[in-house]
Design a protein around this ligand. Structure first.
Ligand code: AMP
Ligand code: ZN
Length: 451
């Protein structure tokens, strides 16, 4: 089936035509691990997880390479490490573990590749050296900068006039900059700061060059799809585009650029740490919302549209899942079930609201096999037990532990396992077992049932 995706570069839905259909390449900018991610940060994680599942369905499970990086060197990380008086890897390991635990609770599969900035420094240094050699970057003192006017194609992705770009990039005037739009590729580190030796002295990379170098190293010169949140389109992705094209003699970094819209909370404001209107995954699990409810809620709006995060959305989503579980139960399904209408909806620029409506039709028709098969493609109807949802719907909180308490304990155990605190995870499992709750770890995630 033809897959069409809205391409920020061309401003239209383009037909996906992989360079090599046996190796479809997808890269998504991952988290900067300096603090706990909020549910809005997981919108791209869930959206692009659905995309990679669709690609595997269409091109074959083994014919897709999905990379999502970890930015583990950054000034915010260094600030946090200084505040706690610890090395940066204490901070980055902690918050990467939290990120992966929260992603797992949302049914997000591990990407094929998870390049870390700190282990790709040689590739970054090599790319910076190539940009200098080709006349697209310059060293000024102990900084290296990208020379924006040297690249005629700059601005193609964001299509903004220069003055707006200057305002949008919140450019600082600095003595080492020749042009206002020029951006840092390498900057110096003081002796007590994290740093690596380079031809320009001991220092660390700028954020944008990290992705360009990791993409080239992990996936190749031109990839099929590059994704991230809409806030990354400028300046981050514009700069990635410029660096990679200039380092690779004009070859484009990506053929399709995809950007998800914002998750908002409390009116028109996007969820963001600096505004303070955030809620994170463990909070939501502790409030009694199952990970599958959170996942389906994130998919309830089209990924390019804003999504207002409210309890009402979560309640409606839980009702939808309850209906599906009542039809589907859990367990195996007949692989020959026809889900072409569902796949067609997803293939139209990942139209999850339309795909969810198709699943509603399967539930109405009691088409259990199609419902389970489609749910599996969406990463749903597998990790929870049908028992949980029906129980919650009829609200007969069992004697002993309530559903919310059980879910909070299961979430705490997932976090303990991710942090490799096996004593704690065993303690929680035993505490649940004492209440007759059996926890099961499966490749797709953790579920529980009453014994
Ligand atoms: P960060 O760790 O801040 O770089 O963000 C990680 C990812 O989450 C990026 O792709 C952002 O664009 C995305 N993101 C941040 N806030 C939101 C939000 N409120 N809604 C949707 N995506 C977001
Ligand atoms: Zn990036």
């Amino acid at each position: 089936m033809t897959i069409r995706l809205y391409n920020t570069m061309t401003r239209q839905k383009d037909i996906l035509a992989p360079i090599n259909p046996e190796r479809v390449t997808l890269y998504v900018c991952g988290p900067t691990v300096y603090g706990r991610a909020h549910i809005g940060n997981f919108r791209p994680a869930v959206v692009f997880d659905v995309l990679q599942r669709l690609l595997r369905h269409s091109y074959g499970a083994g014919n897709v390479v999905y990379a999502r990086n970890i930015t583990d060197i950054d000034d915010k990380i260094m600030d946090q490490a200084r505040a706690e008086g610890v090395a940066i890897d204490v901070i980055t390991r902690r918050f990467e573990d939290f990120y992966l635990a929260d992603a797992a609770a949302l049914g997000v599969m591990a990407p094929d590749l998870a390049p870390h900035a700190t282990t790709s420094i040689p590739a970054m240094i090599a790319m910076i050296a190539a940009l200098i050699a080709k006349g697209h970057a310059y060293a000024e003192g102990d900084h290296v900068l990208f020379d924006v006017p040297s690249h005629a194609g700059y601005g193609a992705l964001s299509r903004r006039p220069l003055d707006e770009m200057i305002a949008g990039a919140r450019v600082e005037v600095a003595p080492y900059k020749r042009g206002p739009m020029d951006f840092v590729l390498w900057k110096p580190s003081s002796p007590e700061q994290a740093g690596w030796d380079s031809p320009w002295g001991r220092g660390r990379p700028g954020w944008h060059i990290e992705c360009s170098a990791m993409i080239a190293e992990a996936l190749g010169t031109t990839i099929d799809i590059h994704g991230g949140g809409i806030d990354l389109s400028f300046p981050h992705h514009e700069n990635e585009c410029a660096q990679s094209a200039c380092a690779h003699d004009g070859a484009p970094l990506a053929n399709i650029w995809m950007h998800n819209g914002f998750l908002n909370m409390g009116g028109a404001d996007k969820m963001s740490k600096s505004l303070g209107n955030v809620v994170n995954v463990p909070d939501l699990l502790a409030q009694g919302w199952h990970g599958e409810v959170l996942r389906l809620a994130l998919l309830s709006a089209h990924y390019r549209q804003p999504l207002e995060w409210t309890d009402e959305v979560l309640r409606q989503t839980r009702n939808v899942l309850n209906r599906w579980y009542r039809t589907a139960g859990d367990g195996a399904w007949d692989e020959s079930a026809d889900i072409s209408a569902f796949v067609e909806a997803l293939s139209d620029d990942l139209n999850t609201p339309a795909a969810i409506a198709v699943m509603g039709g399967y539930a109405k028709d009691r088409n259990r096999d199609a419902l389970l098969k489609a749910g599996n493609l969406l990463g749903l109807l597998g990790t929870a037990s049908a028992d949980w949802f029906q129980g919650e719907d009829q609200a007969p909180a069992a004697a002993g532990l309530g559903l919310r308490e059980i879910d909070a304990l299961v979430a705490a155990r997932i976090a303990a396992r991710a942090a490799k605190d096996f004593a704690e995870s065993d303690r929680i499992r035993d505490a649940l077992a004492a209440h007759g709750i059996i926890v099961e770890d499966r490749p797709g995630g953790t579920s529980w049932r009453r014994g």
